[in-house]
Write a protein that binds this ligand. Sequence first.
Ligand code: HMG
Ligand code: MG
Length: 298
Amino acid sequence: MEQKMTIREVGPRDGLQNEKEIISTEQKIQWINQLSDSGLSYIEITSFVARNWIPQLSDSLSVAKGIKRKKGVRYAALVPNLKGLEHALEADIDEVNVFMSASETHNQKNINKTISQTLPALKSVCSEATAAGKTLRGYVSTVFGCPYEGKVDIHKVLTICHELFSYGVDEISLGDTIGVANPRQVEDVLELVQKEFDSSKIAMHFHDTHGMALANILKSIDMGITVFDSSLGGLGGCPYAPGASGNVATDDVVHMLHQMGYKTGIDEAKLHAAAVFIQNRIRKPLRSHQMAISNSVK
Ligand code: HMG
Ligand code: MG
């Protein structure tokens, strides 16, 4: 039987949060509708964060209210605190995604709190979101390295994962925020993570700064992981992680998985059309291999 792999598309959030070109609300809505039609089952459409921190996504409420909701697609958004949750509930988002870092300095720069201040804040978000009937995802950033502190102690990651699962998160995404992980490190980290948590509740979130993201995904698959975050065309990065390039590109991941015989439920031609659409809006070539090929034959 063909094995199924699940892609969590994060381009409209992780991608657009780091693009200089401001995309209009209407264009974001059109793009997300195209993504919905491509067969993706999960789209992180925006974030309900403070406007001055991420101006690119300050129209989050209008985007969330404006998109066509396709049956079978889960629409998620980042939520840092109760204020963000208020907006996410008003937008009737399906899944609430809380986030924090395993390294103190990145956490402080990204959400203006220490790790010990962040945990109770996320606990309140999780309990109110659960009461409102929402599913929950937790991100742990800087798992494989921090732009300010360098090496990150895996035991800090494990402690945060235990906390987040105790708040009721359904899945934890382990973030290589700055794209420094290598396959051997992925193996070492996953060996420890899998001693404590069920692999079906762990997703991997690779950025592609050093071009190792596909190799890291392959290593994760070998270790039994089946859920991966990616961003169409390789858009984006983290604005509070200097040097971080975009996520691994959805079109490259899907192409590789299909070539290897895995099922994703995603139509590559429709994905490509959605990539061309957003490339024309950001007015620069997308980084993915699939887009480089199609741009070169124009
Ligand atoms: P703060 O300045 O400490 O917040 O920011 P505050 O509570 O002191 O409030 C200051 C002002 O912001 C107030 O407004 C609040 O109402 C407002 P004022 O009274 O001055 O007019 N405010 C909000 N407005 C809208 N929505 C909200 C909200 N909260 C407060 N939710 C805060 C703290 C967490 C809000 C801020 O640091 C923030 O928004 N940070 C988000 C940064 C971000 O989005 N980073 C990128 C995403 S993480 C990432 O990319 C990594 C990931 O991809 C995984 C990986 O790669 O590893 C997930
Ligand atoms: Mg990211």
